[in-house]
Design a protein around this ligand. Structure first.
Ligand code: KG4
Ligand code: ZN
Length: 363
């Protein structure tokens, strides 16, 4: 079954073609440079960029894979959660294609897609515990099958990636700064007493990362020498040396450890609550973080679980994960009608599929 995946939920425009779960080709355009000037994603600009770039990426994908739009069986699109204006670009494009080709439409939960993405390269063992750590979300799920997700815990305020990016912004690193915090962290041992591990002194599976961000900002306010006087580019960060570099690496490693260890505590707690699972899946942009990866490797080894950690290119937003998740849903017999809604961040993505009727999903 040929499945096209379309991703436009935030600042990456991406398309990919998957044939029965095997990736045939993908195209991705990131808007990071456009938004970096503003220190965060500007929703209006993001939508316009998706509108400008998406048709070209689709044409290029068709040309490179030698597939004609009429051959596509299923069109999977990220329908949320995300920036509403951005989602609408992808969803409208998908509906137009379905109308013109007769392909089946399937709306994909962007968060589920992150967690299923490793299925593109390895068989996922279900039931699994999923940790999704991205710029917008920090969720744990009990994943019973590719189409059955039970939410266990979520962030009450900032997502882990958001905390990384805000901390990076405090230091005047370019947006999104999570990966620079990670890079510097690798050069120092963390001071485990420097920052709190937030919201762990309870039985909750939820997360809260806004307090640690404030703790970091307070620390930096009393150590202003850590901050770049103007926004640093990657070369400036690289060129930093001597005691200032050492101090910056230490503070980054300490923050990174507090986040990674908080994730560990909550994942171990979720595992106790979830009952018997076979694997641990860690996905989303922050799954690219080296300390988070090492921590989760240790958790999986201790609990004797198969660890499923996507390769770095599959951690951040991409079209392949949408195509793959869409294929799994289509395989299970699900589809959407052309009245499918896009779901903004903050609203739960409904399970409003229809059981497949004709190819457009209309029963
Ligand atoms: O999943 P993603 O690409 O986008 C969504 O939010 O859906 O995640 C992006 C987030 C950003 O906050 C970025 O700073 C963070 O992932 N990130 C990292 C690393 N690489 C990306 N955070 C910490 N360490 C990294 N190596
Ligand atoms: Zn994402």
């Amino acid at each position: 079954m040929l499945t096209l995946g379309i991703e436009t939920s935030c600042d990456e425009t991406a398309v990919a073609l998957v044939d029965d779960g095997r990736l045939l080709g993908e195209k991705l355009a990131t808007q990071i440079d456009v938004h970096a000037l503003f220190g965060g994603v500007v929703p209006e600009i993001a939508s316009r960029e998706h509108l400008r770039v998406l048709p070209r990426l689709f044409k290029e994908l068709m040309a490179e894979t030698g597939v004609s739009p009429d051959e596509i069986d299923t069109i999977a699109v990220a329908r949320g959660p995300g920036l509403l204006g951005s989602l609408l670009v992808g969803v409208s494009f998908a509906k137009g294609l379905c109308l013109s080709t007769g392909a089946r439409l399937i709306g994909v939960n962007h968060l589920w897609a992150h967690l299923l993405a490793p299925g593109l390269v390895e068989e996922i063992e279900f039931p699994a515990l999923g940790l999704l750590v991205s710029g917008g979300h920090t969720h744990t799920y009990l994943i019973k099958s590719p189409v059955e997700f039970e939410l266990l815990g979520k962030t009450l305020d900032d997502a882990a990636g958001e905390a990384f990016d805000k901390v990076a912004k405090t230091l005047n690193f370019p947006y999104p700064g999570g990966r620079f915090v990670d890079l510097l962290s690798q050069e120092a041992e963390p001071d485990k007493k420097l920052f709190p591990r937030p919201y762990i002194l309870n039985q909750s599976l939820d997360f809260s990362f806004s307090g640690i961000k404030t703790a970091f900002a307070n620390y930096v306010a009393s150590h202003p020498e850590l901050v770049f006087s103007e926004m640093a580019d990657p070369q400036a960060i690289n060129a930093l040396s001597g005691e200032r570099r050492e101090a910056l690496c230490k503070v980054c490693a300490s923050f990174n450890w507090s986040v990674a260890d908080t994730l560990r505590i909550k994942v171990e707690r979720a595992l106790e609550q979830a009952g018997r699972v076979k694997s641990l899946i860690v996905a989303g942009g922050v799954a690219a973080n080296s300390m988070v990866r090492d921590t989760m490797r240790r958790v999986a080894a201790k609990k004797k679980l198969v660890l499923t950690l996507p390769e770095l290119s599959l951690c951040t937003d991409n079209g392949a994960m949408i195509a793959y998740a869409g294929w799994r849903l289509a395989q299970a017999g699900y589809s959407h009608g052309l009245d499918m809604e896009a779901i903004p961040r903050g609203r739960v993505v409904p399970l409003d599929w229809c059981i497949t009727g004709d190819k457009t999903g209309n029963e």
